[in-house]
Design a protein around this ligand. Structure first.
Ligand code: ADP
Length: 850
């Protein structure tokens, strides 16, 4: 701070010169200026000080202002917090109110009753279910428990007086723990009261609705068997009175909680199970294992003679639910049934044996009757004698057919029909059957046709004998019940798994047909269509029943389509293994154009299809002797029977006109002789027997390839006579056999018994042996076995058994004895010739070789 300048005092103005005055003035001014400067400085210093003070003051003010602001914010924060606390408090209160309301609602929605009583036994609260049985508003909080009980009493079904019940209930809540009690309301439902004391001393009472449980218990009680449920630890949870009684019989009182094994051990200890005697532990272990396995059932024999069936099953919670049934009566019935079945089987066996014996007894004399009648028919007879002889023969045959049917039927009934599958030719079998039926068909003027799909194999594996029986029956019926038109056997099929053929065989006729209402009936035993028209036809009504069962026995099925008045079609489907795949038929290269003269449209279609498949064009000849050019034709295929016209006359006429193409004839037995005469004179090359087997047709066509009226076939080289040995003890039968073979130019020798047969076989070297089965000294089977043993596999003479039996066991015995074939008496000439021709090829080979 500057020192204050010395004060300047101006000299008096009068005494001074101007300069002095001026100097004085200047000095004064300077002094004033200095003073001013001093003052200014002071002022500045004061101002500066003031400014400093002001700044300090303002800084202080700022600070004060800031702390005031902070205080204000804090106050605001605290206020906000306070408000939040208040909000929270408010919300918490609302939530608590809501929660309480929700809890009440929830408690009200519980189906079971719920109530709380305070330590003074006054009602604190109760839910809707608890109050439901009472009149609305009659039970209010604060009500004393005894008053509540008094209000409840009139609503209950009680078996004690109301007051007593109230006393019991009051005593009950005084006990610890409080036992549950069940109540039945007069309005229906049942309740169980379960009370417990809470920590604060209040009593909580649950009134559980057990109506469904009571119903279930009533149902379980209604079960006549013992019923029991064990939990996963094998402890009993529930059982009915019957189960309790069963256990009581063993001296065991069952209570919930008792273990299965304890009940079991107690029953074993009481000697309840005789089967456990001496092996008690094992018995218990076995029974426990069965109980745990809980599959199936066990039958337990009880000491008092009764039988109990115990059946246990698992429950979803791992426990067991069991039934115990007294099956004593059931077992007695079973025992009676078993005895009855044994008796029935024995009776059935006796019936079969009786039938077999009867058949033997009837067949033996029938051999004489039928055989002799057949021979008699072959002699010179007057008209009347022939009629009588024919009648004896046909009646005998009819009787035999019936015996065979009854035998077959009884065999099927007894379940003793055994199939013998072996390779056979189905097409050939059908043709053979057709040929046998041909005479009846021709007599009625019916065409018997076979259509075997040419791309199907024919060598199959099956029981040819039984299949022949099925076909004979269906085709025989078709011929029997048809007066005009045709009977057509059609075979189609498809290959399955490469080597099995699924066959569909149908036998279709144009006969009287079968009404739909009879369609099922006719497959029954002894059933026939009972109409006046049908009764013109004879029969036992067993044929279709046997046929159906045979087909079913071969795992096939039989069906029928029929329109009454138009015809019937019986069909069956079978699957048979293929024995040999068909070789593609050798196509005759030189045959391109064939003239087919066949009047029957169905047969014409079949033949045409077969020829087309060989690549041969078919020209149809329609009317008998129409002018015809055979130029360019390789073959004439002519049916001898052209309906109204004669096929043989047609051929003769063609030849007379100079037609040179080779000719094949097809003839039924009645036209056979005339047809063969045309072959003999060279007009035709061969005759085929109708219906023509495909293989025969192909063979004939192959033979004709390139041929143009070939020169007469050379006679076969003369062969020695065939040697036949017949072992037969019965003189009549010897005579029948000798007569039947009479015109065959055979060397035939008889043996009287099996031993003689063996001796003769050694010296005579027969080409074939007919061997009777029942003979004195040594039977046929023993003799055949001895011959096979002596042959030692080096040679094999065909042995044909002759038997009067027709039972299955015989076929087996015969096969086992090493015999090749089996003929049932009475012998028929056709069957004997068939057997001879079957072995002829082999025999002729041997004869020429010999
Ligand atoms: P049967 O011919 O011995 O009487 P089946 O069992 O063979 O016994 O036949 C039962 C019945 O079925 C015959 O009596 C006949 O009424 C009827 N029937 C069977 N086949 C034919 C058919 N092809 N056409 C018409 N009816 C038939």
């Amino acid at each position: 701070m500057n020192a204050t300048p010395p004060p300047v005092s101006p000299p008096p103005a009068a005494s001074l010169s101007l300069a002095e005055r001026l100097a004085r003035e200047r000095r004064a001014r300077l002094a004033a200026e200095r003073t001013l400067e001093w003052k200014m400085r002071e002022l500045a210093a004061a101002q500066e000080k003031l400014a400093l003070q002001a700044r300090a003051l303002s800084e202080q003010m700022v600070e004060e202002r800031q702390s005031a602001h902070a205080a204000r914010s804090e106050a605001a924060r605290l206020k906000g917090q306070n408000e939040r606390y208040l909000g929270d408090l408010d919300r918490a209160h609302t939530a608590a109110v809501m929660a309480e309301r929700r809890l009440r609602t929830s408690i009200d929605t519980i189906r079971d009753g719920f109530a709380v009583f305070d330590t003074d036994n006054r009602l604190v609260m109760a839910n809707r279910a608890f109050l439901a049985p009472f009149a609305p508003g009659s039970i209010l909080p604060g009500m004393a428990y005894p008053d509540l009980l008094a209000a409840l009493t009139p609503l209950l079904r009680l078996d004690v007086a109301g007051d007593d019940w109230v006393q019991q209930m009051l005593a009950r809540i005084a006990s610890d723990p409080i036992p549950p009690v069940e109540l039945a309301l007069l309005s229906g439902p049942s309740l169980r009261l379960e009370d417990s004391i809470a920590r604060d001393g209040d009593r909580v009472c649950l009134a559980i609705d057990i109506t469904a449980e009571m119903r279930l218990r009533a149902a379980i009680e209604a079960i006549p068997d013992g019923f029991v449920i064990f939990d996963r630890n094998d402890r009993l949870t529930l059982c009915n009175q019957t189960y309790r009684d069963l256990c009581a019989a063993d001296g065991i009182t069952v209570e919930p909680g008792i273990r299965f094994q304890d009940i079991l051990r107690a029953s074993v200890a009481s000697g309840q199970f005789p089967a456990a005697a001496g092996r008690e532990d094992d018995f218990i272990q076995d029974r426990l294992a069965e109980f745990r396995a809980a599959s199936g059932h066990v039958e337990l024999h009880l000491a008092d003679g009764r039988w109990l069936r115990a059946q246990d099953r698992p429950t979803p919670d791992g426990g067991r639910v069991g039934l115990r049934r007294d099956i004593t009566a059931e077992r007695e019935v079973q025992e009676t049934l078993r005895a009855a079945r044994h008796a029935a089987e024995a009776a059935n066996g006796a019936k079969s044996a009786f039938l077999a014996n009867m058949s033997h007894e009837i067949r033996t004399p029938m051999n004489g009757v039928v055989g002799m009648a057949e021979l008699l028919c072959g002699t010179d007879l007057t008209e009347d004698q022939r009629l009588f002889a024919e009648t004896i023969r046909s009646s005998g045959e009819a009787l035999l057919a019936i015996i065979n049917d009854i035998l077959d039927w009884s065999k099927i009934e007894a379940g003793r029909l055994v199939l013998h599958p072996a390779p056979f030719d189905l097409e050939r079998l059908i043709h053979e059957t057709a040929i046998l039926l041909q005479p009846q068909a021709r007599a009625k003027g019916i065409d018997l046709l076979v259509d075997y799909d040419m791309f199907l194999p024919t060598r199959l594996v099956g029981d040819a004998g039984r299949l022949r029986q099925v076909l004979t029956n269906l085709m025989g019926n078709a011929v029997k019940f048809t007066e005009t038109g045709h009977v057509l056997v059609r075979v189609v099929g498809t290959m399955e798994d490469g080597d099995r053929l699924r066959l569909h065989i149908t036998v279709e006729d144009t006969g009287i047909g079968i009404a739909p209402e009879h369609a099922d009936h006719i497959f029954g035993d002894f059933n026939q269509v009972e109409t006046a028209e049908d009764r013109r036809y004879q029969g036992t009504g067993l044929g279709l029943a046997i046929t159906r069962r045979l087909v079913e026995r071969m795992d096939g099925h039989l069906w029928l389509d029929s329109v009454p008045g138009e015809g019937s079609c019986f069909g069956f489907a079978l699957t048979l293994p293929v024995a040999e795949r068909i070789a593609a038929p050798g196509v005759p290269t030189a045959l391109h154009h064939v003239l087919l003269a066949e009047a029957n449209p169905v047969n014409r279609a079949i033949l045409e299809r077969q020829l087309h498949q060989l690549g041969i064009a078919v020209l149809h000849h329609r009317s008998g002797l129409e002018p015809l050019s055979t130029d360019g034709l390789d073959l004439l295929l002519i049916d001898a029977d052209q309906g109204a016209e004669d096929g043989l006359a047609l051929l003769s006429a063609l030849r007379a006109r100079g037609h040179r193409a080779p000719a094949l004839l097809m003839a039924a037995p009645d036209a056979m002789a005339r047809a063969e005469a045309l072959v003999a004179e060279g007009s035709a090359q061969a005759v085929l027997a109708k219906p023509v087997p495909r293989s025969d047709l192909f063979a004939a066509l192959r033979h004709l390839t390139g041929a143009r009226l070939p020169a007469a076939v050379a006679e076969p080289p003369a062969a020695r006579r065939l040697r036949i040995l017949a072992a037969e003890d019965n003189r009549t039968n010897q005579l029948v056999l000798a007569k039947m073979l009479r015109d065959l130019d055979l060397d035939l020798r008889f043996a009287e018994d099996g031993r003689q047969a063996i001796d003769l076989w050694r010296g005579f070297h027969p080409d074939l042996i007919f061997m009777d089965i029942s003979m004195p000294v040594m039977d046929g089977c023993t003799a055949a076995r001895a011959i096979r043993a002596a042959e030692g596999g080096l040679a094999h003479v065909p042995i044909v058994a002759l038997t009067a039996h027709a039972m299955e066991e015989d076929s087996d015995r015969i096969r086992d004895a090493g015999m090749d074939h089996h003929l049932t008496k009475p012998l028929r000439r056709s069957a004997i010739l068939d057997v001879l021709s079957r072995y002829t090829a082999r025999l002729e080979d041997r004869a020429t070789a010999a």
